[in-house]
Design a protein around this ligand. Structure first.
Ligand SMILES: Cc1cc2nc3c(=O)[nH]c(=O)nc-3n(C[C@H](O)[C@H](O)[C@H](O)COP(=O)(O)OP(=O)(O)OC[C@H]3O[C@@H](n4cnc5c(N)ncnc54)[C@H](O)[C@@H]3O)c2cc1C
Length: 402
């Protein structure tokens, strides 16, 4: 049992318990440490190790990685795509190319990166491991949590009982703590699933080798690919309507399944999608009702709080934003964790709601069919590229609290 002290300023004690050592959990520990608060990250998996998949990190996220000290570890492995190229999946016709790269970096003072998830997680972990205020434990599954006086008590699957002054549940979209501490919903299947793979860059057909995020739009389906691992690899993701649900990050998916669903695609795209020897399958989940983000000394963060569909490439970045806002709230109210968590909840609700809605809207637009798809393609061809990107200033221009 750890011995907490209040207020939340003592160095070396695990004042804040964090359930989950994913992007959100590690970022929260880092953000708290930067403000002088100690935390203990409890990760269910026996060891860290991310399955192959890519992640895009907009300027609102890279700015946070810089502030948390993780950017220096990720930079050598990340890529900075110079643009977003959108094509029609059945004809391969280019519909539009929008600027990323130096244009976006100059506009927002931070770059747009693409990375292997493994490299992002390792960077956060490396930054966390050098912080004396952070303790990380693997193989610890938090099963229950309750408040007891001025403390929070977390019970683990092995029967340990851990005490903290507050607990942050960053245990992902399938969060058990959301249900237990907040009466939150179990996630609902959206009817869409993603298949993901990472291939060697030299396997990409020459006509598609480019330092770009490439997005292909089809009927009820889209495909995205972009360079990761400092350009040595390319991450692929395809999102389809699908009746098959899985809660496993790494459920293998037979290439024949992908092949059968992409028969109507242009030969160039089919050639690319035929490259992975194995795909991984991930069901896209949502919550019917947004849960409260804070209840007394317990808060939800990242996908546990707001699973955001991946049509805007922002779910992980929202977890990073949550982390710095939560840490800021603690430094405003070091002696009152419940007030701090309430302020965090109030500060985040509108932002994550807006980003979630924008992502769902993108999903509807991406998967249009028939005349609406024709109208979309026409609009994409004629909208001025920089005007289009300026429409995302509200998203990428988000800045850290002081
Ligand atoms: C197809 C797809 C593409 C995506 N692309 C992007 C993108 O380009 N950009 C972007 O920003 N986001 C993207 N996302 C979203 C992003 O992956 C998630 O938003 C992000 O992983 C959320 O991080 P998290 O830390 O909240 O949750 P997770 O990454 O799920 O981490 C939760 C952690 O908690 C641990 N855990 C679970 N239960 C317990 C427990 N009881 N006790 C202890 N530990 C526990 C888990 O093992 C895990 O390590 C994408 C998502 C998908 C599905």
């Amino acid at each position: 049992m750890t011995t907490p002290t209040s207020p939340l300023v003592s160095v070396g004690s695990a004042n804040v318990l964090i359930a989950g050592g994913g992007i959100g959990g590690l970022a929260t520990a880092l953000a708290l440490a930067k403000r002088g608060f100690a935390s203990e990250v409890l990760e269910r998996r026996p060891a860290f190790g991310e399955d192959g998949a890519g992640i895009q990190i907009g300027p609102n996220g890279t700015r946070i990685l810089e502030a948390l000290g993780a950017a220096e570890f990720l930079r050598p492995h990340a890529t900075t795509p110079d643009g977003l190229r959108i094509r029609d999946a059945s004809s391969a016709r280019v519909l539009a190319t929008f600027p990323l790269g130096s244009w976006l970096a100059e506009r927002h003072g931070a770059p747009y990166w693409a990375a292997h998830r493994r490299d992002l997680h390792s960077a956060l972990l490396a930054a966390a491991e050098r912080e004396p205020l952070i303790r990380i434990r693997t193989g610890v599954e938090v099963g229950a949590v309750h408040e007891q006086g001025r403390h929070v008590v977390a019970g683990t699957a092995t029967g340990e009982s851990l005490e903290g002054d507050a607990l942050v549940a960053a245990d992902g979209v399938w969060s058990r703590l959301r249900g237990r501490a907040f009466d939150g919903d179990t996630p609902d299947y959206t009817g869409k699933s993603a298949v993901r793979a990472v291939i060697a860059a030299y396997d990409v057909p020459p006509a598609l080798q480019a330092n770009k995020v490439q997005l292909w739009l089809g009927r009820k389906v889209h495909v995205v690919h972009y360079p990761v691992s400092a350009g040595r690899e390319v991450a692929l993701v395809a999102i389809f309507d699908d009746e098959h649900v899985t809660s496993d990050w790494s459920a293998p998916c037979d290439p024949a399944w992908v092949d059968a669903r992409t028969a109507a695609f242009a030969p160039l795209l089919r050639e690319l999608l035929a490259k992975p020897a194995q795909w991984r399958h991930w069901s896209l989940m949502g919550l019917k009702h947004a849960p409260r983000l804070a209840h007394g000394r317990i808060a939800l963060l990242g996908d546990a709080a707001h699973p955001i569909l991946p049509f805007l490439a922002q779910g992980g970045v929202m977890a990073l934003e949550d982390a710095v806002v939560l840490a800021r709230a603690f430094s405003n109210e070091p002696a009152h964790p419940e007030r701090a968590l309430q302020a965090y909840a109030e500060a985040r609700a509108a932002r994550v709601g807006r980003v979630g809605a924008a992502s769902r809207k993108n999903g509807r637009i991406y998967h249009l069919a028939g005349p609406p798809a024709f109208a979309r393609n026409l609009a994409l061809r004629f909208v001025p590229a920089e005007t289009f990107m300026r429409g995302y200033d509200w998203l990428y221009g988000w800045t850290l609290p002081e």
